[in-house]
Ligand binder design. Structure first.
Ligand code: 2AM
Length: 175
């Protein structure tokens, strides 16, 4: 049966992706980790893994029925998780709307057989991968504000040594 590797996520505006890439280049050592391409910077809400076309269709139908408010993301926190080797950008205080949306999508995914991490959800944008050694983080004081009005479903593929994300569908949040 055909499967695709899927995840629900928040997109970032193109201009913000460019700003983050510039900030990352200014603030992190060149050997700190492997930079995520600008177009791939996103915030995952729920990772589904390899999913059949049928399950993907069911989860898309449920996503289309979600009535959740939009919210404001304040990106003002950064950290390093040595074990997965991830340097991330996140929020000191995650908005309630973000947590509600992610919890709902994660619960629907779990009910459709997509195993969810037992770790608490920590919203983040991965900036660098393969960052296993200690990383000097930029001092607090950075801040980007994002008005979130949509969420989306992405397919992930790895071809010719590159990770690509393709948006399959996008749904509005309530204004
Ligand atoms: P990460 O950036 O912290 O690695 C696509 O792989 C997206 O799904 C990434 O944002 C990734 O988060 C997230 N994700 C969550 N759980 C995952 C898993 N078990 N395997 C791969 N990606 C996962």
């Amino acid at each position: 049966m055909a499967t695709q590797r899927l995840f629900f996520a928040l997109e970032l505006p193109d201009a913000l992706q460019q700003q983050l890439v510039q900030w990352r280049a200014d603030c992190f050592a060149a050997d700190a980790g492997k930079p995520v391409a600008a177009a791939n910077l996103h915030l995952t809400l729920a990772f589904l893994g390899e999913v059949s076309t049928e399950t993907a269709g069911q989860l898309q139908q449920l996503a289309a029925r979600i009535l959740q408010p939009g919210f404001t993301l304040d990106l003002d926190d950064a950290g390093h998780w040595p074990r997965p080797g991830v340097v991330w950008l996140g929020c000191q205080r995650a908005p309630r709307g973000l947590l509600q949306l992610a919890n709902l999508l994660r619960a629907q995914a779990a009910r459709h057989g997509c195993a969810q991490s037992t770790q608490p959800f920590h919203p983040h944008i991965t900036l660098l991968r393969h960052a296993a050694q200690a990383v000097a983080l930029p001092p607090r004081g950075f801040h980007w504000r994002v008005e979130v009005s949509h969420f989306a479903l992405f397919a992930s593929s790895f071809t010719q040594g590159r990770t690509r994300y393709r948006r399959l569908a996008r749904w509005p949040l309530l204004s």
